[in-house]
Ligand binder design. Structure first.
Ligand SMILES: *Cc1c(COP(=O)(O)O)cnc(C)c1O
Length: 381
């Protein structure tokens, strides 16, 4: 089956008791047992819920995986992966990962005795010098947030396999429509389903996908033990969102491309970050591992001026000022004061997150209107 057909149908069956074509919202905490310990596979809804099962089977298919688990948020999913580790273990991760992941690693898990190396992952060879007997996991994100750098998943996977390390890829920015890391050797794929999978800015959820049964079982044990399970209504919303994932992603990619090119030719703009530019760092790898370049575009105003960035962010009318991304509506975000405020300024700037940087989540509106909106806001800068 091709992607769009899977998005609609994989794992989704009409309800056998009523024929309802949409997966019902099983708003229940527990399930009746015929005899102590004898049930239909569902005992208590922290562990399993039929609405969640349908969504998990659907997402697993989209990532070409055997198993998926849904969590109450993307961070809940990240947390479950780190809980595979123990004190003394070491993790190699990127130097411009999602701000919330950095905050969890540095503020929650470093005090528990897990060591994180925040390094340049864009040169896969650089990873080798950080590997020692305690290294257990490589946590990578590609494209990265917000400067859209590209990690070569196949190259990093080869290093992980040679050294017996787990490789987890945060695939949120690409979505399964653009990139399938399990096919390139990753052990775990993570998504914040809050973003493109849900797609309508109305739900917070996370997901982990793997092909390895034993790993899936350990993660399912962590989910059931620690309780970051999503509610059935949220699962329903993501099932519904995914039905149009392929249509939305096509529009996000087209609009992202048009906006990136418009910005690049504008005299008030400094740098434009979009992996589709032929001269973008990582463009060749992006072309190899992604089907298209996505709807995220970041840029700086000439001079990296904080005031100019503020003027742009407060003068757009169709783009709205908000954290998050991947919804149908276009958003603008100022990483330094919003999504990346928890990262110390010095480290932020090393990763290119300067005060004049803005990040656009280009939505699915008519692109002429989006460009006109950018044009009039730039005129006020
Ligand atoms: C949003 C996001 C997360 C966290 O997900 P939540 O659903 O907000 O908890 C993790 N990684 C990336 C790349 C994200 O964009």
């Amino acid at each position: 089956m091709k992607f769009g057909t899977k998005a609609l149908h994989a794992g989704i069956e009409p309800d056998p008791t009523t024929g309802a074509i949409m997966t019902p919202i099983f708003q229940t905490s527990t399930y009746v047992q015929e005899y102590p310990g004898v049930h239909k596979g569902y005992a208590y809804a922290r562990g399993k819920n039929p609405t969640r099962t349908a969504l998990e089977n659907n997402i697993a298919a989209l990532e070409n995986g055997q198993h998926a688990l849904c969590f109450s948020s993307g961070m809940g999913a990240v947390d479950a992966v780190i809980k595979l580790l123990k004190p003394g273990d070491e993790v190699i991760t990127g130097d411009d990962i999602y701000g919330g992941s950095y905050r969890m690693f540095s503020k929650i898990y470093e005090p528990f005795g897990i060591k994180f190396h925040y390094i340049n992952l864009y040169d896969a060879e650089n990873i080798k010098s950080y590997i020692n007997a305690n290294t257990k996991l490589i946590w990578a994100e590609t494209p990265t947030n917000p400067t859209l750098k590209i990690v070569d998943i196949a190259a990093v996977s080869a290093i992980a396999k040679a050294n017996n390390l787990l490789l987890a890829i945060d695939n949120t920015f690409a979505s399964p429509y653009l990139q399938n890391p399990l096919d390139m050797g990753a052990d775990i794929v993570m998504h914040s389903a809050t973003k493109y999978l849900g797609g309508h800015s109305d739900v917070v959820m996370g997901v982990l996908i793997t092909n390895e049964k034993a790993l899936h079982e350990r993660l399912a044990f962590i989910l059931n033990s620690c309780g970051a399970n999503p509610g059935p209504m949220d699962c329903f919303l993501v099932i519904r969102g995914i039905k149009t994932l392929h249509l939305r992603m096509k529009a996000h990619c087209e609009n992202g491309k048009a906006v990136a090119h418009y910005l690049r030719n504008h005299p008030k703009i400094g740098k434009v970050y979009w992996p589709g530019f032929e001269d973008a760092a990582g463009h060749e790898i992006a072309k190899k591992q992604m089907r298209d370049f996505g709807g995220m575009v970041s840029f700086t105003l000439k001079g990296d001026d904080f005031e100019a960035a503020m003027r742009f962010a407060t003068n757009v009318h169709i783009f709205t000022l908000a954290e998050s991304l991947g919804g149908v509506e276009s958003l603008v975000n100022h990483p330094a004061t919003m999504t990346h405020a928890s990262i110390p300024k010095e480290e932020r700037e090393k990763a290119g997150v300067v005060d004049g940087l803005l990040r656009l989540s280009v939505g699915v509106e008519d692109v002429e209107d989006l460009i006109a909106d950018i044009e009039q806001a730039l005129a006020k800068v």
